[in-house]
Write a protein that binds this ligand. Structure first.
Ligand SMILES: Cc1ncc(C[n+]2csc(CCOP(=O)(O)OP(=O)(O)O)c2C)c(N)n1
Ligand SMILES: [Mg+2]
Length: 385
């Protein structure tokens, strides 16, 4: 089997030069205005400024951990912009641009990494754009998304009042779909593979997005799979393509096409976005221990933000716009920094709530231990007086 060229509209520098494989998707870009493209650029620059600020906050001891997404903003903005308000999105933990586009405030992301919340934002609040919680247990979100997409199908079926659902039944328009994000390493998890079987069998409106950034911490993708990842989905009977993941136009066009097919009842899809994590896996990682400098340099040349800038300049956008976006992004990042540092910490007791639905002796033991530990400081102070 010969793999088609990854779908792209922009060349490595950002000039409009679609690959032959992009032909079927070009029409999806017809409705995108120059103002829309400018907004996508703004989304990426604001996310990167925030992301950089969050890394600094972690280094200053203000966050327990941070997960940088630098380099992956291109596929994220295109795919997020391809969703409709009624769609649901299930992220892993590096989808900061997607969070922004769906409406989640960056302060909400930081609360999680500052240890101020067990989970995060209120998913039932429409302002958060049906963007579900970050999931650090690899591939768990593929099961959550798989179940959600089945629910979307069952609801549509119930609305059509046509009885129970049979495996393999296709053609039920749901009007809404589910997009789930995960990584190349996560694609090896049993959960991710079981989710594909389920989606294919029931023809659910699920679109799987694999951001192949080349690495699962220190394990290269070549060790995870003997074939390109997109081909695995074909084996499950799911339509699947590989895109240039640093080209926002390709991500949007293919994402929009696949999501529309899913909403119309034509079943699931799979998109492998070829991208690169420019920074560390997390702030606990040192990628210079396992990656070559040449590889990093080559990917820096294909930075999605730089490519989008070239594209916009070719369309006549000038310096004033780029300067204004940079300034706005810096201001926005500072606002997020100020807000998170001003938030009062939650009551320590709250960490024991909601661990189990009912009282639990182990949790109670730990709660009492913490109470005694905290009060030991008061006793110390009294002894010193
Ligand atoms: C079930 C499970 N196993 C192992 C881990 C530890 N772990 C965290 S991230 C990671 C690598 C994931 O790589 P990939 O799916 O490529 O995503 P990326 O971090 O590159 O975006 C591993 C092994 C985990 N969080 N959950
Ligand atoms: Mg990876």
């Amino acid at each position: 089997m010969v793999d088609p060229e990854p779908i792209r509209f922009l060349d490595a520098e950002g000039r409009y030069a679609p690959s032959a494989s992009a032909a079927d998707y070009a029409a999806e870009l017809d409705g995108v205005s120059i103002e829309d493209f400018q907004q996508w650029y703004r989304d990426m620059v604001e996310t990167r400024a925030f992301d950089t600020e969050a890394t600094h906050l972690q280094r200053q001891g203000q966050l327990a951990l941070w997960v940088p997404s630098v380099g992956q903003e291109g596929c994220q903005v295109g795919l997020a912009r391809a969703t409709e308000p009624q769609d649901h999105v299930f992220p892993a933990y590096r989808e900061h641009t997607v969070a922004k586009v769906r409406g989640v405030d960056f302060v909400e992301l930081l609360k999680l990494f500052r240890g101020f919340t067990h989970g995060g934002w209120d998913v039932t609040d429409p302002a958060n754009g049906n963007f579900h919680l970050y999931t650090l247990v690899l591939a768990a979100q593929t099961q959550h998304a798989g179940g959600y997409a089945l629910g979307q199908l069952l609801d549509a079926k119930a609305r059509a009042a046509s009885g129970t659902l049979d495996a393999g039944e296709a053609g039920i328009a749901t009007g809404e779909a589910t997009m789930v994000f995960y990584g190349d390493g996560t694609s090896s998890q049993g959960d991710a593979n079981e989710s594909m079987i389920f989606a294919a069998s029931y023809q659910t409106p699920a679109v799987f997005v694999v951001q192949n950034n080349g690495w699962a911490i220190s394990v290269p993708v070549e060790r995870q799979s003997r074939t390109p990842l997109y081909r695995r989905a074909l084996g499950f009977g799911i339509r699947s393509v590989q895109i240039d993941g640093n080209d926002p136009l390709a991500a949007y066009a293919v994402g929009r096409h696949f999501m529309r097919l899913a909403r119309e009842g034509a079943g699931p899809g799979y998109i492998e976005a070829l991208t690169y994590r420019i920074g560390a896996h997390t702030t606990s990682d040192d990628p210079t221990r396992y990656r070559e400098a040449d590889e990093l340099a080559a990917w820096r040349e294909r930075d999605p933000i730089a490519r989008m800038e070239t594209y916009l300049r070719e369309r006549g956008i000038d310096d004033a716009f780029f300067a204004e976006v940079a300034e706005t992004a810096d201001r926005a990042a500072k606002r997020v920094r100020d807000e998170i540092l001003q938030l009062p910490p939650p009551d320590a007791d709250s960490m024991f709530a909601h661990v189990y639905s009912e009282e639990h002796p182990r949790i109670e033991e730990q709660r009492v231990w913490l109470e005694r530990y905290e009060s030991s400081f008061e006793a110390d102070q009294e002894n010193q007086v």
